[in-house]
Design a protein around this ligand. Structure first.
Ligand code: 13P
Ligand code: SF4
Length: 354
């Protein structure tokens, strides 16, 4: 089966959820209520940088964590809490469950998926891998438990480059899935030829290179920060290409006053917290006339809010369950990545690459 002959499913991108506005008093009361429920249930919040600012703040205030997908995976495993409340997208909850089968893992909305995950169905991916048995299968963390179970290695954007360099040094042929932009970027940096699954992120794919050139001319001293799920011509204009953690670090450490940021806009909460005096500019998406479909905010991440988190903690719903045989296989490539990251000191405090 060739890449060209793959018939990928059409991805239905949901509208952005509209949550009721909260006054400051209502917001504080809701946060207080959630904090009490977390404590009573011995639960901890694990939130991604792309979730709503209120959730990120609450995770920090209640002893949880706000992190990229690599650090989220590590954090859950180091917790004594019996319940992990994952605010992010489904693959993040599944990874937490795979690594912590004895813990209860719940999410505000189990329908919060990801276009990369949706665009890589396990049956099709398995057939594709079976057709290339001489290849080492490396999958991005943004995939289902079943796809991970068919892989040899799992990577996140924070660790993809050194893992691919390592595998190439071992003489391995690599099959990469599902993000073709990140895969293409890794190929260009490492010089390693990889067989790429043709998936993409609907949010990052919307960043436009011509409009970015225009905005760079208006802000000639701004540094351009780009997540590697973006298209090649956008990446080519970047001063820094990297995982969400690497981009936040760049804002905090670089001398520039202004930053043009090509990734989900919710990351501004953490960037502004780390560097309150810096000016952050959203990289253009569909140019003039951009609509909500291309507004640099992941619609699935947007399914996490204080409102449904509050309700979640009153129910026994939305628990992640993974078939034990799938979990047994999927944990191997995830653990390989985590062990590699410890060996290399990647994703530890203050370190990070892509
Ligand atoms: P990070 O691994 O950089 O957190 O990215 C996850 C993601 O979904 C980016 O779109
Ligand atoms: Fe998936 Fe893109 Fe959303 Fe990240 S931003 S969760 S890659 S759809």
């Amino acid at each position: 089966m060739s890449v060209q002959s793959l018939k990928l499913p059409t991805i239905l991108v949901p509208d952005h959820p509209h949550w009721p506005q909260l006054s400051d008093v209502e917001r504080d009361a809701m946060k207080q209520r959630i904090a009490e429920k977390l404590k009573a249930q011995n639960a901890v919040l694990v939130a991604h940088y792309y979730t709503d600012a209120d959730l990120q703040a609450l995770a920090e205030e209640t002893g949880g964590c706000v992190a990229d997908s690599l650090e989220m995976a590590k954090f859950g495993a180091a917790q004594e809490a019996e319940t992990l409340v994952v605010c992010g997208v489904r693959f993040m909850g599944e990874t937490a469950k795979i690594l912590n089968p004895e813990k209860r893992v719940i999410m505000p909305d189990l329908g919060a998926t990801c276009s990369l995950d949706e665009g890589c169905p396990a049956d099709l991916f398995t057939d594709f891998c079976d057709d290339h048995p001489d290849h080492t299968v490396v999958v991005y963390a943004n995939t289902s438990a079943e796809v991970k179970a068919r892989s040899d290695w799992v990577v996140t954007s924070g660790i993809a480059l050194p893992i691919i360099e390592y595998l190439a040094s071992e003489g391995k042929k690599i099959l990469w899935g599902p993000d073709r932009h990140l895969g293409n970027y890794v190929q260009r940096i490492t010089g390693v030829d990889m067989l790429l699954w043709p998936g993409s992120c609907v949010v990052h794919e919307e960043f436009k290179s011509v409009a970015l050139e225009r905005i760079r001319r208006l802000h000639p001293d701004a540094a351009v920060l780009v997540h590697p799920e973006s298209p090649e011509h956008v990446i080519d204009q970047a001063d820094v290409v990297g995982s969400t953690t690497a981009l936040i670090k760049a804002v905090a450490e670089m001398k520039n006053k202004e930053f043009i940021v090509a990734t989900d806009g919710s990351i501004f909460y953490k960037m502004q917290q780390m560097a309150p005096d810096k000016v952050l500019i959203e990289a253009p998406t569909a140019g003039e006339g951009a609509t909500c479909v291309s507004c640099a905010h992941c619609p699935w991440m947007g399914m996490n809010a204080l409102h449904n988190l509050d309700k979640l903690l009153d129910s026994d719903e939305n628990e992640i369950h993974i078939d034990p045989a799938t979990r047994e296989r999927a944990v191997i490539p995830i653990q390989r990545m985590l062990d590699f990251s410890v060996q290399q000191g990647i994703g530890m405090k203050g370190k990070g690459n892509a």
